[in-house]
Design a protein around this ligand. Structure first.
Ligand SMILES: NC(=O)c1ccc[n+]([C@@H]2O[C@H](COP(=O)([O-])OP(=O)(O)OC[C@H]3O[C@@H](n4cnc5c(N)ncnc54)[C@H](OP(=O)(O)O)[C@@H]3O)[C@@H](O)[C@H]2O)c1
Length: 332
């Protein structure tokens, strides 16, 4: 495993991290979840990403149990707040009340006294930014949170938060967690240039496009049994990419991967890691073999010729519009 700084902070994270969205507490049984976490630790992953909302808070509980007994100082545990965790109007968003209640729930479920990174899971238009940032700053001062970041915020939203933090002396954001893959490049135009200048790192999600970039979904064929596309929850999220033109182009990446001695998953993860503003690529997995496969991307360098060949094949279906970074206008 190789390690990178989380943005300009002093914290080092494994350049491949493990996330448990869709899987823990939902698609996979607890034994499989624990085996994946064990494989991640064995392969040198130290950074684990979850959220209060995943599997209706069950994902944090599973991760807490799976990491029990592991030396806390050897781990970086990331979680998030914003999406609903209950039915009430205050069980969501980035108000002082919900953030304070949510961090306590997360710490209890994760069985830890602090999280290394606490992330605003979307931008909350219904809460003054000062209120959110002051609350985050208080949590840092209380030692419950070591670093703060955001997820899927636009460049303008991140810039506004940095201005307030600098004016008020609040702890600065160190990271953003956006979707990023060969197929989803919307951060490149605005978010990455701002974050490079301001010292935030990207902790990127769905680098394998939820499994699509492994090439296992074949055009014109039903999805393989047990894959995310067949899962009641996951199927909805992946459906946008179940398109024959896109899947045909993905198949054309296979010779590039095999010429390099890489699997398709490794090529996909290595691709996001070529961007120096990426601090870590969060991979998901339903089986330990997938974790071991994906970790093979650590330290891989792709030449300009390879990146150009990938662009020729995928470029026409890759999404690049920065306006695709959106948070709900009203809290969900
Ligand atoms: N901040 C946000 O809003 C946000 C949103 C989404 C995700 N995330 C974070 O990012 C993490 C990763 O997201 P993701 O799970 O979509 O990432 P991903 O790594 O692109 O996709 C993971 C899924 O692809 C399949 N897969 C992975 N490796 C494979 C391999 N080597 N061979 C074959 N299939 C493979 C598995 O599903 P099957 O076996 O079921 O096919 C696996 O669950 C999440 O856990 C979460 O921590 C954050």
């Amino acid at each position: 495993m190789e390690f990178r700084h989380l943005g300009r902070s002093g914290l080092k994270v494994s350049e491949i991290s493990y996330g448990n969205w869709i899987t823990h507490g939902s698609q996979v049984e607890e034994d499989a979840a624990k085996e994946c976490v064990r494989a991640a630790l064995d392969e040198g992953i130290t950074t684990f990403d979850t959220a209060d909302v995943y599997a209706g808070t069950k994902a944090e509980e599973v991760l807490g149990r799976a990491l029990k007994g592991v030396r806390r100082e050897s781990l970086e545990i990331f979680t998030k707040v914003y999406w609903p965790t209950g039915s009430g109007p205050n069980d969501r968003g980035l108000s002082r009340k919900h953030i304070t209640e949510s961090i306590h729930g997360s710490l209890r479920r994760l069985q830890t006294d602090y999280v290394d990174l606490y992330q605003a899971h979307r931008f909350d238009y219904e809460t003054p930014l000062e209120e959110t940032l002051k609350t985050f700053d208080d949590l840092v001062r209380q030692g419950k949170v070591l670093y703060v970041g955001v997820s899927e915020w636009t460049a303008d939203q991140i810039a506004a938060a940095l201005r307030i933090a600098d004016d008020m002396g609040f702890d600065r954001l160190v990271s953003n967690q956006p979707q990023y893959s060969m197929l989803w490049r919307v951060i490149e135009a605005e978010v990455v240039p701002l974050c490079e200048k301001e010292g935030l790192g990207q902790v990127v999600w769905s680098p394998i496009a939820q499994g699509v970039l492994t090439g296992k979904y074949l055009p014109g064929q039903p999805p393989p049994a047990g894959s995310r596309a067949t899962d009641p929850t996951g199927g909805g999220f992946i459906s946008r990419m179940m398109d024959d033109d896109l899947l045909t182009r993905v198949q054309q990446l296979k010779p590039i991967a095999s010429d390099l001695g890489l699997t398709m998953a490794q090529l996909a993860v290595a691709w996001v890691l070529q961007n120096p503003n990426v601090s870590s690529a969060i991979v998901g997995a339903t089986r330990p073999e997938q974790v071991r496969d994906n970790v093979g991307a650590a330290g891989v360098k792709l030449g300009e010729d390879v990146l150009a060949r990938i662009d020729e094949i995928i470029g026409a279906v890759a999404e690049r519009d920065p306006a695709k970074t959106v948070s709900p206008q009203k809290r969900p």
